[in-house]
Write a protein that binds this ligand. Sequence first.
Ligand SMILES: Cc1cc2nc3c(=O)[nH]c(=O)nc-3n(C[C@H](O)[C@H](O)[C@H](O)COP(=O)(O)OP(=O)(O)OC[C@H]3O[C@@H](n4cnc5c(N)ncnc54)[C@H](O)[C@@H]3O)c2cc1C
Ligand SMILES: *[C@@H]1O[C@H](CO)[C@@H](O)[C@H](O)[C@H]1NC(C)=O
Ligand SMILES: *[C@@H]1O[C@H](CO)[C@@H](O)[C@H](O)[C@H]1NC(C)=O
Ligand SMILES: *[C@@H]1O[C@H](CO)[C@@H](O)[C@H](O)[C@H]1NC(C)=O
Length: 452
Amino acid sequence: MSDYLKFNSLPSGKHEGKHHIIIVGAGIIGVCTAYFIIKHPKFDPEKYHVTILESKRVAGGASGKAGGLLALWAFPQQIVPLSFRLHQELSDMYNGGQEWGYRRLTTVSLEGDISHVPDHPSDEEDEVPQPKAQRVTKEGKVETKRPSKNLRTRSARTNKLPADLNWISSEVITECSTLGGTDTTAQVHPYKFTNFILKKAVEDANGSLEIVLGKVEEIVYSMENGTATGVKFTPTSMKSEFDEPIELKGDQIVLSVGPWTSKILPDCPISGLRAHSITIAPFEDQPVSPYAIFTEFKNGPTSFTSPEIYARQDEVYVCGEGDSAVDVPETTDDVEVVKSKCDDLFRQVGKFSPNLRKGHILKRQACYLPILNVPSSSGPLIGETNVDKLYICSGHSCWGINNAPGTGKIMSEVLLDGKAKSANISSLNPSLYFDASILVDASDNDENYDSV
Ligand SMILES: Cc1cc2nc3c(=O)[nH]c(=O)nc-3n(C[C@H](O)[C@H](O)[C@H](O)COP(=O)(O)OP(=O)(O)OC[C@H]3O[C@@H](n4cnc5c(N)ncnc54)[C@H](O)[C@@H]3O)c2cc1C
Ligand SMILES: *[C@@H]1O[C@H](CO)[C@@H](O)[C@H](O)[C@H]1NC(C)=O
Ligand SMILES: *[C@@H]1O[C@H](CO)[C@@H](O)[C@H](O)[C@H]1NC(C)=O
Ligand SMILES: *[C@@H]1O[C@H](CO)[C@@H](O)[C@H](O)[C@H]1NC(C)=O
């Protein structure tokens, strides 16, 4: 755990007598929300206190394991331009290039055929038959892949690769089109970004921001008027000492728990879709030029594969398709990583990148994408629910890294000004999509905890 971040096992009590904002979840969304609250002109450490409750670790889920592509052509357009600009501003302010690998890059889409390229010679493992992958499209229909970031009209198609894209073999490519240049595409290392922004928020808060390791079990509502008045949580850094969850009172409760949202608010239509990814150390003598690459390769008589590949300053990130094989587990620490899925990704990219074929895998990982399952929106949901003082910012699908600063900025306005000022988010209003007053049945809940 980072040395600059101190975690409490229990709340310090410093919130008493102040306006207390509780943020649940220290993914990129919760962290950006905390940061922009601290930076808000109305924020005064004498009057406000912010507590982040995180069950396991900062950016332990998708926020630390995502690709980190940023694009002006992402969705939803209500917040994308704001967020893309804030990413640039944060990088300018804090030396993002150095601190979290921020840089502009080019994005291309490639099509090709690798069905006749032999497997990695040194790889003895056989191809494992995989369960059918799933895609949830922008419209919410289930197809066969991860939600695609690639919704943009392509430029003219050609089969010639850009001259500096020298780490892809041109022989297997049938089509190449540019999706964005350095004017519209950038990248961050999401784990480093999230940790850095949290560190800044803690430093600038002058003691009025604390992080508590605890898993929120439920929201506490006022019996008289239904307002949210706090949360009940189980400390996670001091097991077995507490049988009963502890209640923490708050004036505003913000849920930024991504794919875990419906575990706390059962009516909320946000679910999780698992996706595997790897990072690769490229072959030493061949530096990898800065490209983000969407792909679609024929890899068998009737099968296709479409890994997304992002070159970083010192490694290459590759992620694969989603699978609905395993439901969202209790915590980020319990996410199951299937080694063969990661090795398959490595094998596939090796077939169209000689450089990566000669490299080696640094990390094998999996995480859950927070998906909004409604026909009319691809998310996220940002703002107050139909329960007074209970807010969510969740369901960012495949663009949560891109949209995190924008979401944090808007949430800080909703919380401290009473309404969003930087963007029109009326169509992202959570109260349009679900009823937050429907409670988890307590007996049900206990059963779930025991059985998982
Ligand atoms: C493979 C993959 C690649 C991606 N690539 C990109 C990309 O290139 N660009 C982009 O913009 N987006 C990308 N995304 C999407 C992006 O990663 C997500 O939208 C984003 O990380 C969501 O952040 P979050 O903070 O909402 O959720 P999470 O990162 O899931 O964080 C939620 C946090 O809440 C905590 N939590 C959960 N339940 C509780 C509880 N009860 N009590 C306390 N804490 C709790 C968890 O421990 C976790 O830390 C990608 C996603 C995946 C899966
Ligand atoms: C924290 O203290 C410093 C130095 O006193 C001050 O400049 C800064 O504005 C304070 N931060 C907040 C959020 O009030
Ligand atoms: C609702 O009740 C709680 C106490 O149960 C109180 O603190 C709060 O101010 C009330 N809110 C409204 C809007 O009446
Ligand atoms: C905000 O957007 C909605 C459509 O999503 C529109 O109906 C409304 O008029 C807009 N509000 C403002 C203030 O522009």
